[in-house]
Design a binder for this molecule. Structure first.
Ligand code: 5GP
Length: 193
């Protein structure tokens, strides 16, 4: 069991509807020492990549991406959730269905901050069905930038996202992969990597 599996086992709460609550350390209260270890681990796993930018999506990806960025010495760009109409020509836009809130959001990134010169590491907290990642991938593709890799803190391996993204050929690294979880017993099982 790695440091993150242990933390999830200790403090994660399994909710109905395949939702894992980790808001005591990851996406509400944030454990910065843990984030730092996460950053170190991503740096190790993507050591051979030439990354000049980190891309994530608001809100819960931002804190993690910022600490990860310290390990790569690169800036972070986050896709903003926007209800307003895309200002024609100035923004890249994708539609993302939220797993936790069951609604659709437009996410936008300014063309100023992502260009065909960029070599991007995409970072997010969770991977479930892969909608958030598909949105970010389409924005990077629209910009003509290159995806060097994708780093996920917690992948729910029993949902389809991981397989979909790996089948697309991306270098996807998930620090913890939950194989199964049971809301009635609270038992969480991890995939050994
Ligand atoms: P996907 O787009 O892959 O279906 O879902 C990923 C997004 O939904 C993540 O950005 C994350 O914010 C949210 N999410 C998905 N599953 C969970 C979960 O079990 N717990 C929490 N806290 N967020 C989740």
């Amino acid at each position: 069991m790695n440091f993150l599996d242990e933390k999830i086992q200790k403090d994660g709460i399994v909710k109905e509807g395949n939702v894992l609550k980790v808001d005591s350390f990851l996406n509400h209260q944030m454990d910065i020492d843990l984030f730092d270890k996460i950053g170190e681990e991503f740096k190790h796993r993507f050591a051979d990549k030439n990354i000049n930018k980190i891309l994530t999506v608001e809100a819960s990806g931002i804190g993690i991406a910022c600490i990860v960025a310290r390990h790569f010495n690169v800036p972070v760009v986050f896709a903003k959730k926007s209800k307003s109409i895309n200002i024609e020509g100035e923004m890249y836009m994708a539609e993302v269905e939220s797993f936790t809130h069951k609604c659709k959001n437009q996410v936008i990134v300014s063309k100023k901050f992502l260009t065909s010169d960029d070599h991007v590491l995409i970072i997010d907290d969770f991977l479930a069905n892969g909608c958030a990642l598909q949105g970010l991938i389409s924005i990077v593709n629209e910009a003509g930038a290159f995806i060097e890799g994708i780093g996920i803190v917690i992948e729910k391996g029993f949902q389809v996202g991981g397989q979909v993204i790996r089948n697309l050929g991306y270098h996807l690294e998930s620090l913890a992969i939950v194989e199964s979880m049971d809301a009635s017993t609270g038992v969480i099982k991890f995939r050994h990597q």
